[in-house]
Design a protein around this ligand. Structure first.
Ligand code: NAD
Length: 298
């Protein structure tokens, strides 16, 4: 049985770790908020009070952290986790971070005889719970081959995007599109309802017409239409506005570094920034309708 060290038990990490346990892996967990480990420990994992302890005897380390700075401070530097890992250990970072940060992790791991993959995910909290995530992987194909059993335990689709950092570049492009689609979906619903349409009927029409998209189908922002969506639950849980804003910022930075114009992505970034400034950073991204539609702004 392989042992997996798992760092970061937030909205995504906790259900992913549970799926590893279900698939028969031994799982050693750590989150700086120790209470988050409770349900995973009840399912059979061991809890640790630091990342180093969670990595002892681990064949594979997985991290699911908020942003680049968390990943870099976990692994890199004189006191970073890489210094404690046994050569040959495979590191799979599933957080969404800057491609340049991912490449720094790959390079440092290489230098110490460790193997690394950037493997950000798509599919949201429901995909994490159901074990149907999409993994978008950057790094060596041989490392991906080693990672497949753990990735298969947490997801359904695995894409090899390219070399080190390529997983992050693909994920950032995808999330820029998601941010744009969410704003567009909120705007279209608001327009229709303000002109007398029932939001449920309009959603059904768009779902089967050319406006159909993932934000509409899986995160319809109009409150109360589907009990499984964050909009029916005060926009709690899901994918936070702060994380969306981070990803749109990564897209803007990547565009700047590569001389590309991303006008729609920049507009979406500014709208999400305004929404976060108004105190909504913790809510699911579908709450952007509060900014777009006055009726939903309460
Ligand atoms: P989250 O904020 O719910 O969880 C992050 C966890 O990391 C927290 O529990 C925090 O305490 C922990 N943490 C931070 N620094 C740590 C450290 N140094 N050591 C140990 N634990 C630490 O975030 P999330 O929604 O689970 O997202 C995680 C990542 O996945 C982000 O990069 C996000 O962009 C990406 N993502 C999220 C979703 C989603 O729907 N939530 C979907 C796809 C990708």
């Amino acid at each position: 049985m392989q042992t997996v060290g798992f760092i970061g038990l937030g909205k995504m990490g906790a259900p992913m770790a549970l799926n590893l346990l279900k698939a028969g892996f031994a799982v050693q967990v750590f989150d700086r908020l120790s209470d988050l480990a409770d349900p995973i420990v009840r399912a059979g994992a061991t809890n640790h009070n630091n990342a180093h302890s969670a990595s002892v005897n681990a064949d594979i380390m997985i991290s699911m952290l908020p942003a680049s700075e968390h990943v870099e401070s976990l692994y890199l530097g004189a006191t970073g986790l890489l210094q404690h890992l046994t050569p040959g250990t495979l590191i799979i970072d599933c957080s969404t971070i800057a491609p340049a940060s991912a490449r720094r992790l790959h390079d440092a791991a290489d230098g110490l005889g460790l193997a690394a993959l950037d493997a950000p995910v798509s599919g949201g909290t429901t995909g994490a719970q159901a074990g149907t995530l999409t993994f978008i992987v950057g790094g060596l194909a041989t490392n991906l081959q080693r990672a497949r059993p753990v990735l298969n335990a947490m997801g359904k689709n695995i894409f090899h995007a390219g070399d080190a950092g390529a997983g992050q570049t693909a994920k950032i492009a995808n999330n820029m599109m998601l941010g744009i689609m969410m704003v567009g979906t909120a705007e279209a619903l608001s327009l229709g309802v303000a002109n007398g349409l029932d939001p449920k009927v309009l959603s059904e029409i768009m779902t089967l017409s050319s406006g159909q998209n993932w934000a509409l189908d899986h995160k319809n922002p109009w409150p109360g239409l589907n009990t499984n969506m964050p909009a029916a639950n005060g926009y709690q849980g899901g994918f936070s506005v702060d994380h969306m804003l981070k990803d749109l910022g990564l897209a803007a930075l990547t565009a700047l570094q590569s001389g590309r114009a991303t006008p729609m992505g920049e507009l979406a970034r500014n709208l999400f920034a305004l929404h976060a400034q108004q105190g909504h950073g913790d809510l699911d991204l579908s709450s952007i309708i509060k900014l777009i539609d006055k009726k939903n702004s309460g």
